[in-house]
Design a protein around this ligand. Structure first.
Ligand SMILES: [Fe+2]
Ligand SMILES: [Fe+2]
Length: 476
């Protein structure tokens, strides 16, 4: 059992690392391309600097070609993609991307058989003025005239920047969210009344959630920012489940495992049904006795779940372990017990983020999502596995979807999508604050640059409660 647990964690870590490694290799390749393009404008054809930069690019491309038929990069909406992976960009890369975009190039493909000479010819041709390229019939025509057959170009892809897909898909997501709340509510009531729990309905709900999240992770994560001021435990369970499902998906767990994770998230706090509501929802500090009662909920939860037929055993494990912490300093204390299961760690992380950002009846305002992320980062190592925290932050962004941000242009933006750069999401610019922007407002990427300078940058976040802005109207 313990071995199996380590393997699970090992696999998720491995696929996460493999993905990061691939993205790094793609980034280096594109950086070498940027260097060749720059050198082509500075040096004559046979200059050693130009030759060596072309050689470096060729080696990188050949490395990537070992396990793929072609190496292709795409430029979409100010972002760089290698295959389906978003690649983080810095200033040298954004300059090259601007150069491409102004020549109506939407991507570049390197094919087996590529030579150093082709690379140099390509770089020299693409350094010509955009007007020259247009008059010669476009970049692809210029390449054909230069006898370059192992480099192909994509035409520029125009994306509809007006309305973000996170917002468009919000309606459907919102209906499922409410459905999920009803299901969990039914289940918790049933446990209260000792009725049989409808596990089949629960499984279908979670499966639908998994399907939706696989389609659009951002939309669901956005929903978790819609906090409910009542029915706290229900909403908390659903939000935790959504976040756990998202993280599982992000870690490339398979669909069945993700569904189990979703159920585990929904049920992790079910032990709270045996704790008096006055204690669960008590505003302010708990007494020592009350704290002791609260600490029983993981054990109570595991006991309740052991009696429910059809519930995955993993939900029991997760309910039992979700407050144990990575360093085993949490509760319940188990001497020398096995380390927290990967799924318990994922649920614990989702649970913590959810609890920190939640709007509870007695909080005047909630902790903004960016601050919650900072709290998680501070606790990596002790409470949480640092790799999981890193994955979580990568998934959710430093400024999660639904965060209101202040920009250096004086504008106010609502984060609607993550990009590869965690500090530069896509935002909807807000001017009227009445929800009408989602139909007409401009959605911009904070990765956009002009002459290598970012057009907009985030200078701070805005608390929607304090500013009296109803974020929910933009997300449903
Ligand atoms: Fe809990
Ligand atoms: Fe919880």
């Amino acid at each position: 059992m313990a071995e199996e647990r380590r393997d699970n964690l090992g696999e998720a870590k491995q696929s996460f690392f493999a993905k990061q490694q691939l993205i790094n290799a793609a980034r280096t390749t594109f950086q070498h391309l940027a260097a060749v393009m720059k050198n082509a404008t500075l040096y004559p054809e046979a200059h050693p600097s130009l030759l060596s930069s072309a050689e470096k690019l060729l080696i990188k491309v050949q490395e990537l070609l070992v396990d793929r038929k072609e190496v292709s990069f795409y430029l979409v909406g100010g972002e760089l993609f290698f295959e389906t992976h978003s690649v983080p960009i810095d200033q040298s890369l954004s300059l090259l991307m601007e150069q491409f975009v102004s020549r109506e190039i939407g991507g570049i493909v390197f094919k087996p058989g590529l030579t150093q000479t082709e690379i140099i010819t390509f770089a020299r041709l693409m350094s010509k003025e955009p007007a020259f390229i247009v008059s010669a019939g476009g970049a692809s025509a210029v390449l054909a005239q230069g006898n370059i057959s192992h480099i192909e170009l994509h035409r520029a892809i125009i994306v509809d920047k007006k309305v973000g897909s996170a917002i468009k898909d919000g309606k459907k997501a919102s209906a499922n969210f409410m459905g999920a709340i009803d299901t969990v509510k039914g289940m918790i009531h049933a446990v209260h009344l000792d009725k049989a729990v409808n596990m089949r309905k629960m499984n279908t709900t979670v499966q639908t959630m998994v399907d939706d999240i696989l389609e659009n992770r951002d939309a669901f994560i956005g929903l978790t920012s819609i906090k409910m001021y009542d029915e706290y435990t229900f909403a908390h369970s659903v939000n935790t489940s959504i976040l756990a499902i998202s993280l599982g998906t992000f870690l490339s767990l398979d669909k069945n495992q993700v569904a189990v994770l979703g159920i585990a998230g929904l049920l992790h706090d079910i032990g709270k049904v045996s704790i008096p509501l006055e204690i669960v929802n008590k505003p302010g500090k708990l007494t020592d006795e009350e704290w002791e009662v609260i600490q029983r909920h993981p054990v109570e939860g595991a006991l309740v779940l052991s009696d429910v037929p059809g519930v995955t055993k993993m939900a029991m494990v997760t309910a039992f372990e979700h407050h144990q912490h990575r360093d085993h300093r949490g509760y319940p204390q188990v001497e020398g017990g096995p380390r927290q299961h990967l799924f318990s760690q994922i649920v614990a992380l989702a649970d913590a983020y959810e609890a920190i950002t939640a709007a509870r009846v007695y909080y005047s305002s909630r902790t903004p999502p960016d601050q919650a992320i900072r709290i998680l980062l501070k606790n990596r190592g002790g409470l949480f596995d640092p790799i999981l925290v890193k994955a979580f932050v990568n998934m959710i962004g430093i400024f999660p979807v639904g965060t209101l941000v202040k920009l250096d242009t004086g504008e106010v933006g609502l984060v609607v999508h993550q990009t590869r750069d965690l500090l530069r999401p896509r935002v909807l610019l807000l001017t009227k604050f009445d929800g009408s922007e989602k139909e007409t407002g401009a959605e911009v990427s904070l990765l956009e640059t002009v002459s290598g300078q970012y057009v907009r940058s985030i200078v701070g976040t805005i608390d929607p409660n304090a500013a009296n802005i109803n974020v929910k109207q933009y997300l449903d």
